[in-house]
Ligand binder design. Structure first.
Ligand SMILES: NC(=O)c1ccc[n+]([C@@H]2O[C@H](COP(=O)([O-])OP(=O)(O)OC[C@H]3O[C@@H](n4cnc5c(N)ncnc54)[C@H](O)[C@@H]3O)[C@@H](O)[C@H]2O)c1
Length: 352
């Protein structure tokens, strides 16, 4: 299909992240948002009024029943990703689903099967892959400029960053876990995409809950529910080994006694290394030039990652590109997350 038509998009879930998608979609001339659904219908109505969206639904199945809608963006809580995506695909809608892909591996596998059955695009919204710095590092790696990567040190750590205390965010049954599946998933995805998804061999993980149970370390993201519960971790650490000899360490925390929030990814390569700081948008390259250490600050041309992500989704619908974040890659990340939780529970390393 060529781009002389506008793809009609429906948004499912009108909470915090839907706003970011709506802003990005506005910049993609080949698409327009024609409907939005949320069980909290007033949320959907407010979002619709703000963005000039003509149709509002309290039940997303009504949105899926609209024949003119080509594709949906799924922005509901984690426990609803799989079911909503599978219903959307079965209704013939291409689907862009927020991260984490699913709560667990069987759900992710079922989503992949549903996309195959429907013959529709299923893409996971791993926006950080589209950041200019990340794309730049991918280019370096693809050209072999850093040599073999033998270690990755990555993490997303916050000082006071527990989202929506008591809401779905802090309930295992509704979120699948705490910061590991919420923000650790971003860094695992980014790191392993950069290095080409090597085969994992073993996973050792541990989780902690020092702040959440005491209602400390809270942030303003999400809607707090004072009557809700907190039964997830507020910090997780992991070490993963891979068949090619590479190791990866991950820190993910919503709250901790540290200086400030940090989102980092360090690659250790035989010929060079890089440090990405996604809080400060900095990228540093470390090499040896004529036997001396050379440190280079790279300033890639800034592009809006969510606009790039949505462009890639539309390109996939038009058959001119593959989705950059495939569901198979997201399943691989779901497997690692599941193994980290299993290791934390058993106190033993998990072999994959
Ligand atoms: N990529 C990112 O950087 C990023 C950032 C934040 C959130 N997210 C992801 O986006 C998703 C939503 O997060 P959020 O922060 O917007 O949460 P939120 O709680 O602000 O919004 C979720 C919305 O879904 C609605 N909802 C619940 N059940 C529904 C149903 N059956 N049908 C329709 N709507 C329903 C809720 O009423 C709410 O308005 C989560 O999976 C989260 O992990 C991604």
């Amino acid at each position: 299909m060529t781009s002389n038509r506008k793809w009609k998009i429906g948004i499912i879930g009108a909470g915090g992240i839907s706003e970011a998608h709506l802003e990005a979609i506005k910049e993609e001339l080949r698409a327009e948002v024609v409907a939005i659904a949320d069980v909290a219908v007033e949320m959907a109505a407010n979002r619709a009024a703000r963005h000039g969206i003509p149709q509002v639904f309290g039940d997303f199945r009504e949105l899926l029943a609209q024949p003119q809608i080509d594709a949906v963006v799924i922005c509901v809580p984690n426990y609803l990703h799989a079911d909503t995506a599978m219903q959307a695909l079965a209704a013939g809608k291409h689907t862009l689903c927020e991260k984490p892909m699913a709560m667990n591996v069987p759900q992710a596998e079922a989503m992949i099967e549903a996309a195959k059955q429907a013959g529709k695009v299923l893409m996971i919204a791993q926006n950080n892959r589209f950041r200019s710095e990340a794309q730049y590092v991918k280019g370096l790696l693809d050209q072999g400029k850093l040599g073999q990567i033998y270690h990755v040190k990555t993490g997303w750590v916050r000082r006071n960053g527990i989202p929506g205390w008591g809401s779905w965010f802090t309930q295992k049954e509704l979120a699948g876990g705490g910061p590991l599946i919420d923000i650790g998933v971003h860094m695992l995805d980014l790191a392993l995409w950069l290095v080409g998804h090597p085969k994992p061999v073993s996973v050792l993980g541990q989780t902690y809950a020092q702040f959440g149970p005491r209602k400390k370390g809270l942030s303003e993201w999400g809607r707090r529910d004072e009557n809700g519960t907190f039964d997830v971790e507020d910090m997780a650490v992991a070490m993963i080994t891979f068949e090619n000899g590479m190791t990866l360490t991950l820190d993910a925390s919503w709250a901790s006694h540290i200086e400030k929030e940090n989102v980092f990814l360090h690659l250790y390569g035989q010929e060079g290394g890089t440090s990405l700081n996604l809080m400060e948008d900095t990228l540093t390259l470390y090499q040896d030039w004529q036997g001396s250490p050379a440190t280079t600050k790279i300033e890639p041309r800034r592009e809006k990652e969510r606009v790039k992500l949505f462009q890639n989704f539309v390109d996939s619908l038009e058959g001119t590109a593959e989705p950059l974040c495939t569901p198979e890659q997201a399943l691989y990340i779901n497997r690692l997350i599941e193994a980290i939780y299993a290791s934390a529970q058993s106190g033993e390393a998990v072999r994959l």
